[in-house]
Design a protein around this ligand. Structure first.
Ligand SMILES: *Cc1c(COP(=O)(O)O)cnc(C)c1O
Length: 385
């Protein structure tokens, strides 16, 4: 079995389970993003919600990316990690007054607004501070990203964004609001998108919308296509970096940008997923009726994606090279969905072995909980061990 490279000797002094981040891979990913985004003239804002570990955020901000935030605390975390406020965008259907004020006080780049009452509140709060808030209209383009139903966001039935038939009146509202400035249009159609045709469809839809905005005489400065680029969960060793080249090429090929318009995007998962692994120790190997279970010390509280979205993560026994056997890899939590995967081929496994649950850098550590009064897993960079 092909496995990742892990400094297992150095793991001996660290309490399991924990997240391990391969800094070399993260930096290679960021270098590719920087090269391709410069070639295609795209501003990239990292979606902080995928992983807000301080050390990871600081590497991403040093690489020069902007930040895409979905809460006031994410805005503050981004600023603390060194992201310039002028590169921070703020989305979310339920921004509270407190969160909007945090964003206004820090003079972020723009709000990605999702409803009429939200625009009214941003206008009021900006007026109270004597500021002009930049807003982008988040449009729900009614495009099926062909991804898991719990992570698709661009269909009419989803709660996100404005529907296309209300856009003209929203433009009117913004131009009548003394303290709002319409900066652009924002889209985000879902996550873990591996069929890049979805982005081609999005570009076609955006071109149609741009024609409408032209006919209304409304000027749009920025087009923000959101995030969602998928990664390869099956083969993290063979395909460790997402296909940013094709993604950016499709965007620039199909989008008909107007003079002076700037393209923005907000990848999260594709930036950080592959550099992270959840490292866990086998507590027991238990013989079942027709099965054997590897019971590990990590659970759904540390990595909830399998339980929440039926997500697949490759699992490797990084301390055994014996012949392979079949195991169900399960956690200790009192929930029957606390299963990382069933019928997994692992090198023969014993108590005390280390397993690496791969591609866990996105929506892993950040979604951990204290359920069963468990400790939150810590995250370590490869460079600090
Ligand atoms: C979650 C989210 C992203 C990032 O999505 P990924 O699938 O992780 O790339 C980008 N933009 C918005 C508005 C989001 O909510």
């Amino acid at each position: 079995m092909i496995k990742g490279n892990f400094p297992i000797e150095k793991f001996k002094n660290i309490e399991t389970p924990f997240y391990y981040y391969d800094v070399e891979l993260l930096n290679k990913t960021l270098e590719l993003i920087n090269r391709c985004s410069k070639e295609n003239n795209i501003d990239v804002h990292y979606a902080v919600k995928a992983n807000a570990n301080k050390k990871v955020l600081s590497i991403i901000s040093k690489a020069g990316l902007g930040a895409d935030c979905v809460s006031g605390n994410e805005v503050l975390a981004a600023i603390n990690a060194g992201f310039p406020a002028s590169k921070i965008v703020f989305a979310g259907v339920g921004k509270t007054d407190k969160e909007i004020n945090i964003a206004l006080d820090n003079d972020i780049f723009c709000f990605n607004a999702e409803s009429v009452p939200e625009l009214e509140v941003i206008n009021e709060l900006a007026k109270a501070k004597g500021k002009i808030a930049n807003v982008e209209i988040r449009v729900n383009p009614n495009i099926d990203a062909h991804t898991h139903k719990k992570i698709t966001t661009g269909l009419n039935e989803n709660k996100f964004g404005f529907n296309m038939d209300e856009l003209q009146s929203v433009c009117q509202l913004i131009s009548n609001s003394t303290n709002l400035n319409l900066l652009g249009l924002h889209f985000h159609i879902g996550s873990q998108i591996t069929d890049l045709n979805a982005y081609e469809c999005l570009c076609v839809r955006i071109n149609e919308l741009q024609d409408q905005f032209d006919s209304w005489g409304v000027k749009i400065k920025n087009i923000n296509v959101g995030g969602g680029l998928g990664i390869n969960y099956e083969h993290p060793n063979h395909i460790p970096i997402a296909d940013f080249e094709s993604y950016f090429r499709i965007l620039t090929k199909y989008l008909k940008l107007r003079d002076g318009q700037k393209l923005h995007c907000e990848p999260g998962r594709s930036v950080v997923a592959q550099c992270g692994s959840l490292i866990t120790k086998v507590t027991y190997v238990k013989q079942g009726v027709n099965k054997q279970f590897a019971i590990v010390d990590a659970g759904m509280t540390d990595l909830i994606r399998p339980a929440l979205y039926d997500a697949y993560h490759r699992i490797e026994n990084i301390s055994s090279d014996l012949e392979e056997e079949t195991y169900d890899v399960v956690g200790p939590i009192c929930e029957s969905s606390d299963v990382f995967d069933k019928d997994v081929e692992l090198n023969k496994t014993k108590r005390g072995d280390y397993l690496a649950i791969r591609s866990a850098g996105a929506y892993g550590e950040i979604m951990a909980s204290n359920y069963n009064l468990r400790k939150l897993p810590q995250g370590y960079l490869s460079t600090e061990l």
